[in-house]
Design a protein around this ligand. Structure first.
Ligand code: PLP
Length: 405
């Protein structure tokens, strides 16, 4: 009797369907130069939608400077890089981008990866190999990429309650003072939109002799002088040992990186399989990111307009009695609290109102925390904000969902 492979796969899929969290991808094409407009493809037809859940927070993925740089690079250097960084895949675009990112964070060196996920996974796992006996203190809400990196490294892991400094202190004080330690946290938690207490974490790191590792994936480009992130805004950049970021969200393209001391970056470059044994980013990607980072170092208008739009959207939702979660950041989550309902609200917005917001379900958020996560950008007009709230209000009533007090 052969092993019932297909039956096992079907059972696994049926289980997530029963919970109402089977993922259905929404097939869109963003309209160049016309973001947040996109075409939604379904059943052989396409219809216009407004995208409300992209992490292209500043619309840089559509910025003329970025597109021009990518066109120029493809004309100059062709499509792919042709190799790993060590074997013909280091182009001048990569070298310049790493220098630009190191300068952005005031660090000696930076290192590119093919994604933010890979940068977290590869760096954390490799740190465990470089520092035998390493104990990692990981915030309870850390992203899956950090969790994977910590797991791959096989180091001892202690999870502290989300942004809870008393719990972090307790756990640090219970750990062998001689052991190497690292505190891993995010600057902006992307589902709840809250900021980490960066300086308080650095205080504890100094007191207990731990390295600090900050994931600024939802902070870079958006906060701090020149878009250097939340740690820079808090005046804590020098207190951070390793900054990790993405090139795919506020910078609008693709890829990830770390920035740190020359020695640390050189060690990761020399030891991390996730960096060494993979083809480097295409030159055109590096060129687009370089244009984006340079632009956002000089220009505040995108950041300022985004923050104004996010504040207005939160106010309009609250005025309509919709349960918008209070966040200090640019992220605007609206709680639904049940997976199938969340999907149904999202479908109604998409099919009846041309508004695209993906439902966020477990395991991205805890069960009961299912939500719609709206991400306004500077390119969402005020009229679009009003239209969104009007549509959500109608859908909310049709679903007999509760209103905020
Ligand atoms: N870290 C955090 C906190 C994230 O939210 C994400 C992606 O959503 C990543 C890392 C991975 O970044 P990337 O999308 O560049 O792989």
């Amino acid at each position: 009797m052969p092993f019932p492979y297909i039956a096992r796969f079907r059972e696994a899929l049926a289980a997530i369907r029963r919970e109402g969290r089977y993922r259905v991808f929404t097939d869109i094409v963003r309209a160049r130069g016309n973001y947040p407009q996109a075409d939604f493809h379904a059943q052989g037809a396409k219809r216009p939608v407004v995208v409300w859940c992209s992490n292209d927070y500043l619309g840089m993925g559509q910025h003329p400077k970025v597109l021009a740089a990518m066109h120029e690079a493809i004309d100059a250097a062709g499509a792919g890089s042709g190799g790993t960084r060590n074997i013909s895949g280091t182009t001048h675009y990569h070298v310049e981008l790493e220098a630009e990112l190191a300068e952005l964070h005031g660090k000696e060196s930076a290192l590119l990866f093919t994604s933010g996920f890979v940068s977290n996974d590869a760096t954390l796992a490799t740190l465990a190999k470089l520092l035998p006996g390493l104990v990692v203190f990981s915030d309870a809400l850390n992203h899956a990429s950090m969790i994977e990196g910590i797991r791959h490294g096989g180091m001892q892991k202690r999870i502290f309650r989300h942004s809870d400094m008393a719990d972090l202190r307790r756990q640090l004080s219970e750990t062998d003072p001689a052991a190497p330690k690292l505190i891993a946290f995010e600057s902006v938690y992307s589902m709840d939109g809250d900021f980490a207490p960066v300086n308080a974490i650095c205080d504890l790191a100094e007191e207990f002799g731990a390295l600090t590792y900050i994931d600024e994936v939802h902070g870079v480009g958006l906060y701090g002088p020149r878009g250097a992130g939340v740690a820079a805004r808090e005046g804590a950049m020098e207190r951070i040992d390793i900054v990790e970021g993405t090139l795919a969200k506020a910078f609008g393209v693709m890829g990830g990186y770390i920035a740190a001391s020359g020695e640390l970056v050189d060690c990761i470059r020399s030891h991390a399989p996730g960096f060494i044994f993979t083809t480097s980013l295409a030159p055109t990607i590096a060129a687009g990111v370089l244009a984006s980072v340079r632009h956002l170092k000089d220009s505040d208008v995108e950041r300022e307009t985004l923050m104004a739009r996010a504040a207005l959207l939160k106010r309009l939702l609250a005025e309509a009695g919709l349960p918008v979660m209070e966040t200090p950041s640019h992220i605007v989550p609206v709680l639904v609290g049940e997976a199938a309902l969340c999907k149904s609200v999202s479908d109604a917005l998409l099919y009846e109102h041309g508004i695209y917001v993906q439902p966020v379900n477990f395991p991205t958020v805890p069960r009961g925390g299912e939500r719609l996560r709206f991400t306004p950008s500077p390119l969402h007009s005020e009229a679009m904000l009003h239209e969104l709230v009007r549509a959500l209000d109608q859908v909310w009533t049709a679903h007999r969902l509760g209103r905020a007090a």
